[in-house]
Design a protein around this ligand. Structure first.
Ligand code: 5GP
Length: 125
């Protein structure tokens, strides 16, 4: 796997290369998680692969283990961030899926203090 991230033209590529900072939640050889710069809830972080994959639609069977690992990390990191009572996940994919940054990412967000359960990502209803 590439580790220089030079092929990644996105803002998340800059984060992976250390060119811009992030508030790190988790990191290992394959995955990085960090807080979203514009949180949509009390807690809002993103899980990204270090491998450059533009969208979920660009994944192949070869990425199954990586995708499984990212998904399995969601509840672990959510609990660590105080979201033991629940959270939402989202993967925006492509232009009509509302994706702004073309490096695959899982949004994880929720409120530690309760209140109205989160139902939608944005004003879709
Ligand atoms: P998308 O719309 O592509 O699913 O979500 C991209 C997310 O990346 C947005 O929630 C946006 O706030 C976040 N984001 C964009 N630029 C940065 C950045 O430089 N740092 C961090 N931490 N998050 C960013």
């Amino acid at each position: 796997m590439s580790t220089d991230h030079s092929e990644n033209p996105t803002i998340f590529g800059k984060i992976l290369r250390g060119e811009i900072p992030c508030k790190k939640v988790y990191e290992d050889a394959e995955v990085l998680a960090f807080h979203d710069i514009k949180p949509m809830a009390e807690v809002h972080f993103l899980i990204i692969p270090k491998k450059f994959i533009p969208t979920l639609a660009h994944t192949t069977a070869e990425d199954s283990a990586l995708l499984g690992k990212m998904l399995a990390l969601v509840p672990v990191l959510a609990r660590e961030q105080g979201l033991g009572d629940g959270f939402r996940t989202a993967i925006n994919t492509g232009k009509l899926g509302g994706q702004d940054v073309y490096h695959l990412h899982i949004h994880v967000f929720g409120n530690r203090t309760g209140g109205t359960p989160l139902r939608v990502m944005s004003g879709a209803d």
